[in-house]
Design a protein around this ligand. Sequence first.
Ligand SMILES: [Zn+2]
Length: 369
Amino acid sequence: MVGRDLHVRSSPPGTDSVFGKAKGMVFPRVVLVGHGVLEDLALTCRQFGFLERGAVVTGPKTAELAGNRATEILKADGYAATTIIAHEATEAEVGRVEGEVREHGARFLVGVGGGSKIDITKVVAARLHVPFVSLPTSAAHDGISSPRASLHGASGRTSIEGAVPIGVIADTELIVQAPFRLLASGCADVISNVTAVLDWRLAVRLRSEEYSSTAATLSEYAAQEIMDHAESIKPNLEESVWIAIRPILVAGIAMSVAGSSRPCSGSEHLFSHALDRISERPSLHGEQCGVGAIMMMYLHGGDWRRLKHALLTIGAPTTARELGVSDEEIVRALMMAHSIRPERYTILGDNGLTREAAERLASTTGVVG
Ligand SMILES: [Zn+2]
């Protein structure tokens, strides 16, 4: 159940004629989505055969919203459960939480919160080799079911491998209470799969990169679902969470199938990572990826207007101003994006964009100006 146990290999050395491919895929075993499913937490833990001690990792605010309730539910069912309050997702905080989990002797974890608390939980779970359940209180990106975790380091945000949750409990009654901006950001993150998959196919053609049509299809399906239902995704409407959450979860599954973030992370994500480094006040991950996807879709010669329209309909940012970053930061991020992860080949190529091309791209798509 630990993400880093994933492996992909082709033919073993010296055995060209023998079929030698092997691949591991790790998925959540149970995914519960809907109104009030938080109440099924203990039952779900029993189904997994979890041992007696568990810890709920949550934030100061999300503890009040759902974390304390999660601990109560576990206790009422006979578990020796404790609540661990986690703060910002940093390496130091991961170490501190890991220490508390050890002290309590917890044999399973429940991550309750937005992205950062679940990210901390998935890294601690991977390091201690204990299973964990993901219980999101918001859905700002596709990380709620994926093994990737984003930590803040000295050089900005870094993405590291954590564990895949054994269970995901997505309670729409909880998630609808989070600011709508977060859900819109999660939708934008999934819409950006469209350019990630185009980049992947390009890398397959130009670099013979490993490809999974199943993972690509799942990823594109998730993006399509959000775009097709963009008009139904509105603030303060639990039905909107119901519509959006499943594609967000499917995007995480696509990454599990691929064994990497490739199906959901291409040039638009490189742009977002560049913006994280350049901007004084970076915006939400999903929001930045959505804006990146508009521009990368233009570079791919695809229907970038449709993508932009879907983002506008949902209420996600489509411009520098709406992201709260400067025009110059957008241009510099476009010029820097190709160098963020050189092994991840995308439409940006090996040399990236010239300043002139970056400025034209950003203004033609209406992101700046
Ligand atoms: Zn993303």
